[in-house]
Design a protein. Structure first.
Length: 257
């Protein structure tokens, strides 16, 4: 399928989505939302794919929602379109999605990265929620997800001052899982995705679901959920294969069942 605002390629068992509006620093317009969601859904349906990477350019992962597309809209336009809600489809993707962030991840760009399962940052990455400088506030989850990632104090600081956080601070604060040299960012993210895709897909999906559950429930309910899912994994052939391979001192041959 041809997309207007993104490039897609398949690398082995990994789907790579590259945001591609270079003249607008990958500002997220409605077309890009449609393209990214459609590409994710295509990878989700593709049995040969085990993980997905979303990246941008070296200068910008994405410099925010497209201000030029938004600025003349009225309240009723935004409300009736339920603006930004199209991104919610991303949350229904069960395969892991890694954000590989180089350069600016601002506003909606930071929020898109946070909608992925984890973020690998280039050492040149800059994160921010500068909506306050435009007279608004985050609208794609920034005030909620950023607070859960980095805590109230830093989230307030970011949302109220609009300042940017560099890669080192983002790693220290728990926003990103690791920082790598910008030049090797996509390779490192692909390597992580290939690793994930080499495992049993049902086991990968269950791990993702369990970690995500921790955001939505109490500790007691989360622990109960984890244990039930863990028990259910003993119905998988891949569990037998994984544990037998360990005993036999050989590599497992997972068959996703
Ligand atoms: C539309 C954008 C854009 C954006 C950059 N561009 N960000 N267009 N929406 N979010 C465009 C610029 O207009 C310019 O195009 C081109 O990309 C290059 O940008 P420059 O500003 O010339 O580059 P530079 O000087 O290097 O500065 C980079 C930057 C700056 C610091 C990232 O572009 C910037 O501050 N961008 C806006 C960041 C921001 O506020 N993001 C949050 C958006 S609101 P032209 O054609 O003019 O040369 C949001 C959520 C909204 O995300 C939720 C509430 C409703």
């Amino acid at each position: 399928m041809a997309y207007e605002t993104i490039l897609v390629e398949t690398r082995g068992k990994v789907g790579l989505i590259t945001l591609n509006r270079p003249k607008a620093l990958n500002a997220l317009n409605s077309q890009m939302q449609e393209d990214v969601v459609a590409a994710l859904q295509a990878y989700e349906a593709d049995e040969t794919i085990g993980a997905i990477v979303i990246t941008g350019s070296e200068k910008a992962f994405a410099a925010g929602a497209d201000i030029k597309e938004m600025h003349q809209k009225s309240y009723i336009d935004m409300y009736m379109a339920d603006f930004f809600s199209g991104w919610d489809a991303m949350l229904r993707i069960r395969k892991p999605i890694i954000a590989a962030v180089s350069g600016y991840a601002l506003g909606g760009g930071c929020e898109l990265a946070m909608m992925c399962d984890f973020i690998i940052a280039g050492d040149n990455a800059k994160f921010g929620q500068p909506e306050i400088t435009l007279g608004v506030m985050p609208g794609m989850g920034g005030s909620q997800r950023l607070t859960r990632f980095v805590g109230k104090s830093k989230a307030m600081d970011m949302c109220l001052t609009g300042r940017m956080m560099d890669a080192e601070e983002a790693e220290r604060s728990g926003l990103v899982s690791r920082v790598v040299p910008a030049a090797t960012l996509v390779d490192e993210a692909l390597k992580a995705a290939e690793k994930i895709a080499s495992f049993s897909l049902p086991a990968v999906l269950m791990n993702k679901e369990a970690v995500n559950r921790s955001y939505e429930t109490t500790l007691t309910e989360g622990l109960r959920f984890e244990r039930r899912v863990f028990h259910s994994m003993f119905a998988l052939e891949d569990q037998k294969e994984g544990m037998e391979a360990f005993s036999d001192k050989r590599a497992p041959n997972f068959r996703n069942q």
